[in-house]
Design a binder for this molecule. Structure first.
Ligand code: DAH
Length: 370
């Protein structure tokens, strides 16, 4: 058909078709092709002009030239359509080649997958969840303390040997003879709280503490959680129940047998140390069974002198308190043998013992997702 059409076509039309066909073939992009289309078929395009000129021809000429120009228009239009489809196919093929995904490659883990929560943070979250459920608030105090809050207000008399047992880090003496220290326990926050809050008081104080000591189970910086309850009729019975509930929830066992041994702390009277029943087999420890006992905390009824030091009337208020090593209960629960590794910032240790950041400990979903 093309041949017939070209045969009956005036020569200049044949030249025009050859030119347009070449331009169409040369168009490498959609944009270039559009330029060719406008050049040929646009309002003022070369083919459109020819169509307009048909009116000026005499009827005989028009009969010959008319179909020729119309045929040219149709062929150019078709050729542009074909070229457009071809260019689109080509572009798609190039894109597919460029965006190839190799689904057999290993998935690159997102930061949320590789990051780990340190066991100390995890255990603080766990015990916070437990004590919050029991109606406790969180209190905090400064790491750098005065002698008054760390010792004197807690009923450590000046020169009492109990002060020396704390292996305190002291700062240099100031001109007025006083010297600050790094708190050796979280107990000073008891004082700071009782000075300002009205009973009833129910707080826990997780935080950093410092002592000049270092071996497999001691580091110069470690963590404690203090507990304090002050009410008009708080009793030792209440304290034992709270500590037992805590141990069952924390160690995730139904039964946690505890042993309260008489002890001494200047800020409590009576004072006790608490052991929990366990069974040790090799490096594994199971709680609530067996014949071994592990010390996990110190506690007692708040000494009347301490209440008095905070402006509370010991004839009206009484309370109990306890202090527990966070790192120690973390080691026991998660079987980590060396405390020093906690603070070495070794990513391999953390990826082994750390916790996934989105697994938040809650009482209803389970504390440790073990
Ligand atoms: N502050 C004590 C210590 O670091 C622990 C402690 C014992 C805290 C008895 C208390 C308590 O609140 O009642 O060794």
């Amino acid at each position: 058909m093309t041949d017939t059409a070209t045969d009956t076509m005036p020569e200049d039309l044949a030249a025009l078709e050859a030119d347009l066909t070449a331009r169409i073939a040369a168009a490498g992009t959609d944009g270039e092709l559009e330029e060719v289309r406008i050049h040929a078929l646009g309002k003022k395009g070369v083919v459109s002009e020819r169509l307009k000129e048909l009116g000026k021809l005499d009827p005989d000429q028009r009969r010959v030239v008319g179909p020729a120009v119309n045929g040219l228009k149709t062929r150019i239009n078709d050729a542009i359509g074909l070229r457009r489809t071809h260019l689109q196919d080509q572009a798609l093929a190039e894109r597919l080649a460029a965006e190839t995904v190799d689904v057999t490659l290993p998935v690159r883990p997102a930061p949320i997958e590789t990051g780990r929560v340190h066991p100390v943070s995890q255990v603080i979250d766990e015990l916070t969840a437990i004590f919050a459920d029991l109606g406790f608030e969180i209190a905090e105090g400064p790491d750098i303390e005065t002698d008054y809050y760390n010792f004197t207000a807690l009923n450590f008399p000046e020169g009492h040997p109990a002060r020396d047992m704390h292996d305190t880090f002291f700062f240099n003496e100031k001109e007025d003879g006083t010297r600050r220290l790094l708190r050796t326990h979280t107990s000073p926050v008891q004082i700071r709280t009782m000075e300002t809050a009205e009973p009833p008081i129910r707080i826990i104080v997780p935080g950093r503490t410092y002592r000049c000591d270092s071996d497999q189970t001691h580091t110069p910086m470690f963590h404690q959680v203090e507990g304090l309850v002050i009410e008009e009729n708080a009793t030792i019975g209440n304290m034992k129940w709270i500590l037992e509930e805590f141990c069952k929830a924390f160690f995730e066992v139904d039964n946690a047998q505890m042993r309260f041994r008489p002890s001494f702390f200047p800020f409590t009277e009576p004072s006790m140390e608490v052991d929990i029943r366990c069974r040790r087999t090799g490096s594994e420890i199971r709680f609530g069974e067996g014949d071994d006992w592990l010390e996990i905390l110190g506690c007692g009824m708040v000494h009347p002198n301490v209440l008095r030091n905070c402006g509370l009337d010991p004839d009206r208020y009484q309370g109990f308190a306890w202090g527990m090593g966070i790192d120690r209960i973390a080691m026991l629960k998660y079987g980590m043998p060396d405390l020093r590794a906690f603070f070495e910032a070794d990513v391999r240790w953390l990826s082994h013992y750390g916790f996934r950041p989105l697994d938040m400990p809650t009482l209803f979903s389970g504390l440790s997702q073990q």
